[in-house]
Structures are given as structure tokens and as C-alpha cells.
Design a protein. Structure first.
Length: 322
């Protein structure tokens, strides 16, 4: 295997000159740079990225912590984060925590040890002290911590739009299938909006919490819910995947959507259009969330001033389930 000394010998240059080319430091003439690249190609030399990262104290890698990468929302989010990171010259290290605080802690330790330049995190666990104490620049999604920038959507407006639409469509008993409300995440303001609207308009309601899980598990959850609450005629779901599982179960139970049961999701993922009937939902722009998160993190890495509070708009997309 070729070494940097072999490259220097092949190029007819000093080792220090080759090192400056590899690390892009100091003045390097075009002719010297060309000689180094040609020598590297002839010798099939691949620089040791870990060693270079330690030398430069910069890895050009961003860590991304998500609770469940297989979940449609987070898979789309990670896809966009990777795209915008790569466009800016960064690679992405994906950490899939499964909402396990111990697993998150180990990932944060890994991120700190491996000279990752910074990280983007969305966490559904109670213990977040490891993020707060991290020395690396970080950006959070849907969580607000003192001194840290965060990206979120206008979830309160989303909850308001969804709940008002169900009431306008004539629903008399409305349910909200939310996420885990005991965890302090900004997205819980959807549930607050739901409660505010039904209370103001004096509509009968139910709030049922769910945990982040798989499609099959959501189907079991909503099946039990519909068996227990047969008189619910409108449901605002905390995500499109919950709403999709609800459509499937309603079909199994011969409950007509939207005549007997109106359903609204949240996110506007691709599955919203794939459903039959197609899903009415609240659209948050996942690509824009990812782009903003990457840009804010890169600005922090360059020690620029950043907006600490980044709230992106949502819109109501009405389709066939209402």
C-alpha cells in the first residue's frame, strides 16, 4: 500500500508539499498540485481520512440522531439532510436510537470520540443531558433547549386547522391520536391546539396517546381504539402513518371513510396520496426543515450568528378522507 512518502518520491516533491496539497493548507502552485494528483493516481494512493481529520480537527462529517429511521417521516428527513449536507461537502453519520435514552447516550459518546464536526438531533427521550453537555455544535428538531438553535413547524396552527376542519365537516365526537405527550417536544402544541379548539367550541372529544412505533403496531392500537369508541366520527392523527393505519383498520371493520369517519393526518408524506381514499393532512415541508437544519448547523460551524428559533409554516391539504 502506497504511503505519503511514496507519493512525494513519485511526484519529485517534498513530503511537506504533498501534505499541504492533501490538507489544502498554505500556498501550493498549480504545477505542484498537478504532480501530486497524478502521482496519487498512478500509485492508487488513498489518503487516510481519519488521520487527516485528526490533523485538521475537522472531519466534514455531520452526525444525525433520529428515533426511528424506518419511520416514513424520519427516513424522508434523513434523506434530505444527507442531500443538503453532501451538497455542502459533508458526509452524514446516521444514528438510529429507537427512542432509547441509553442508546442515544452511546451514540453521542461515539459522535464526540470520532471528531464529527456537529450534529442534528431529534429525540423522543426524557434524558437529554448528554446533548446539553456536548461540546460539539448541534441543532435540534422539535425540541427547545436554552442556548441551542432549533427547527420546528408551526404545530399549533396545524392542530388548529385540523380540528376546525373536522368540526366544520359536522363531526360531533372528535378524537386526537397524539404522540407521547409526557415528553417535552414542540410538536405537542398540536395537541394543545386540539384541546383549545374543542373546548372553545364545546365539542365532545377524546385524546389518546401513542408511542412511536411501526405500521403494524399502529394498526393494533387503532383497532382497539375504534372497538372501544364506536361513536367517534372524526379523528385528528399525530402523523400520516397513524392515519394510514386507521384507514386500513376502518376498511377491515367496514367503517366508511369519510361518511362514517373523517380522518386527518399530519406531515403530508408520499403515503398520504397512496391511500384509498387519499388522506387529508397537515403539510409540514420536510425538505425545508432539513435544509434549514443543515444551514443553521453549518453557520454554527463557521461561528456565524444564527436564528435560535426557526419556525416554518404549515398548510392544510384537503383530500378524500374528510
Amino acid at each position: 500500500m502506497a504511503t505519503i512518502k511514496d507519493v512525494a518520491r513519485e511526484a519529485g516533491l517534498a513530503v511537506g508539499t504533498v501534505s499541504r496539497v492533501l490538507n489544502n493548507r498554505g500556498y501550493i502552485s498549480d504545477s505542484a498540485r498537478k504532480k501530486v494528483y497524478e502521482a496519487m493516481e498512478r500509485l492508487n494512493y488513498k489518503p487516510n481520512e481519519i488521520a487527516r481529520a485528526l490533523y485538521r480537527k475537522k472531519s466534514n462529517i455531520i452526525g444525525v440522531v433520529v428515533p426511528m429511521v424506518s419511520h416514513p417521516f424520519f427516513s424522508e428527513l434523513v434523506n434530505h439532510i444527507e442531500y443538503y449536507s453532501y451538497e455542502a461537502g459533508y458526509k452524514v453519520l446516521i444514528c438510529n436510537s429507537y427512542s432509547d435514552s441509553e442508546k442515544e447516550k452511546k451514540y453521542i459518546e461515539l459522535i464526540n470520540r470520532n471528531q464529527v464536526d456537529g450534529f442534528i438531533v431529534t429525540t423522543y427521550t426524557q434524558d437529554t443531558s448528554d446533548y446539553i453537555n456536548s461540546e460539539l455544535p448541534l441543532v435540534t428538531l422539535d425540541r427547545s433547549f436554552d442556548g441551542l438553535p432549533y427547527i420546528t413547524s408551526d404545530h399549533y396552527r396545524g392542530g388548529t386547522l385540523a380540528t376546525n376542519l373536522l368540526i366544520e365537516k359536522g363531526c360531533k365526537k372528535i378524537a386526537h391520536l397524539s404522540g407521547p405527550l409526557e415528553i417535552d417536544i414542540i410538536a405537542n402544541s398540536r395537541s394543545k391546539a386540539f384541546l383549545d379548539v374543542v373546548s372553545e367550541k364545546k365539542v365532545e372529544y377524546i385524546i389518546e396517546q401513542t408511542k412511536l412505533t411501526t405500521f403494524e403496531n399502529y394498526k393494533k392500537i387503532v383497532y382497539k381504539f375504534l372497538e372501544k369508541h364506536t361513536d367517534v366520527d372524526g379523528i385528528f392523527c399525530g402523523s400520516d402513518i397513524i392515519a394510514t393505519s386507521l384507514i386500513h383498520v376502518a376498511n377491515i371493520m367496514d367503517k366508511n371513510v369519510p361518511e362514517e369517519l373523517k380522518i386527518i393526518g399530519y406531515d403530508d408524506l408520499d403515503i398520504a396520496l397512496m391511500n384509498i381514499p387519499s388522506l387529508t393532512t397537515i403539510r409540514q415541508n420536510i425538505e425545508q426543515i432539513a435544509e434549514r437544519a443543515v444551514n443553521v448547523l453549518l453557520d454554527k460551524l463557521e461561528e456565524k450568528e444564527v436564528n435560535m428559533k426557526n419556525v416554518l409554516p404549515v398548510t392544510l391539504v384537503e383530500r378524500e378522507t374528510t
